[in-house]
Design a protein around this ligand. Structure first.
Ligand code: UT7
Length: 336
């Protein structure tokens, strides 16, 4: 039996209009453009300011654009997976709300929470549904309103995050030489102490005290997370290269999670690749958690060529991390 391969056949993205610059942040907390630029590599991040709009708003616009661009009717979509840590509400899933907003009524939908690795986990999940032979059109969307869980009085975390969404179409590959070839996903719950949100879940539901203690925001021990992020993303990516016999010069693009420019550079160094083989847009959007990978792929789509060797890699809360090796399935178009 010939194995069905899954491929990305289209990509779209959406980010809010409002750009919060380092200069503006410097008026809010004790920080500077110089510190943020040299330590993290971010210049500005997009923020969804309209009240009452959540991640599903961002995600549904990305999905609508994707349907239009790929000339897909909502009724053809069999499954929509949303990767997010900032769903509109604890339940139902943001994926259900995005499906409703975009008219996807013939399929099912669910969320995946693997923090910054959510998009990679969702992509691997979608690939497995396609490889089963039972599904032909799946949308994976990473959608995050990180500003809703960012403490804008905490200078250690507030410069880092931004809001955005990116969506890809996954279909059976028409050609066995392209598509998703391999992946490795990992997690280690021991990482919870370094990166989490203290309250608002079932262990510590929201109360007057939790709000007063500012426990509904991202808590991160930056240095510990930094070290794990570099070693785990590099190890997972090198494993993809080794297993699939990809030399540094054979790699067209590395698509790394965008949390810190220094992390990205360290991972690229360990892989033996140059900076011009790496997709980097952290300066414009910051860390958009599950949306960083599709946002990169969308921005680079026009440069991508059929057969390009691409490695995606992520690291996030959990800890969760992994890498995926794919061969790009089509030549970039100019529809954007
Ligand atoms: O996406 C999920 C995974 N997350 C990540 O991968 C993030 C990993 N961590 C990081 O990217 C970095 O650790 C951070 C960007 C979060 C922090 O950078 P760092 O180089 O590790 O800085 P640090 O936390 O060690 O702080 C160094 C100094 C401290 O001052 P002292 O103690 O040396 O006097 C901080 O108080 O920088 C200070 N600092 C700041 N100064 C100006 C911390 N934040 C700021 C700030 N502006 N915004």
């Amino acid at each position: 039996m010939t194995k069905i391969k899954a491929a990305i056949t289209g990509v779209e993205a959406y980010f809010p209009e409002y750009a919060l610059t380092n200069e503006e942040l410097s008026q809010m907390v004790d920080t500077s453009d110089e510190w943020i630029t040299t330590r993290v590599g971010i210049k500005e991040r997009r923020i969804l300011r309209e009240r009452g709009k959540g991640s599903s708003y961002l995600g549904s616009i990305a999905v609508e654009k994707l349907l239009k661009k790929t000339k897909t009717s909502p009724s053809e979509v069999e499954l929509l997976i949303c990767a997010t840590v900032t769903p509109d509400m604890q339940f139902p899933a943001a994926a259900n709300i995005i499906s409703e907003k975009t008219g996807i009524k013939n399929g099912f939908s669910f969320d995946i929470n693997a923090a910054c690795s959510g998009f990679l986990y969702a992509l691997a999940t979608a690939a497995s549904f396609i490889e089963s032979g039972n599904y032909k059109k799946i949308i994976v969307v990473g959608a995050e309103k990180m500003s809703s869980i960012t403490d804008y009085t905490d200078r250690a975390t507030c410069p880092l995050f931004g809001d955005a969404a990116g969506a890809v179409m996954i279909e059976p590959s028409a050609n066995k030489d392209v598509g998703i070839f391999d992946y490795k996903l990992e997690s280690d719950g021991d990482g919870v102490k370094h990166l989490h949100m203290k309250a608002g879940g079932s262990a510590k539901p929201a109360s007057h005290e939790t709000v007063d203690a500012r426990e509904h925001f991202i808590y991160q021990e930056g240095q510990a997370v930094f070290k794990f992020a570099v070693s785990r993303m590099a190890d997972a990516s090198l494993e993809m290269m080794d297993k699939n016999d990809i030399k540094p010069e054979d790699l067209a693009w590395l698509v790394p999670h965008q949390a810190n420019l220094r992390i990205i550079e360290a991972v690229a160094r360990r892989m033996g690749i140059s900076k011009d083989q790496v997709m980097i847009n952290i300066h414009k959007y910051g860390n958009t958690t599950a949306a960083t990978l599709p946002l990169c792929i969308w921005e680079w789509e026009n440069k991508l060529k059929k057969g390009d060797n691409i490695i995606l890699t992520t690291f996030g809360a959990g800890f969760t991390w992994g890498a995926m090796y794919l061969k790009w399935a089509y030549n970039g178009n100019n529809t954007k």
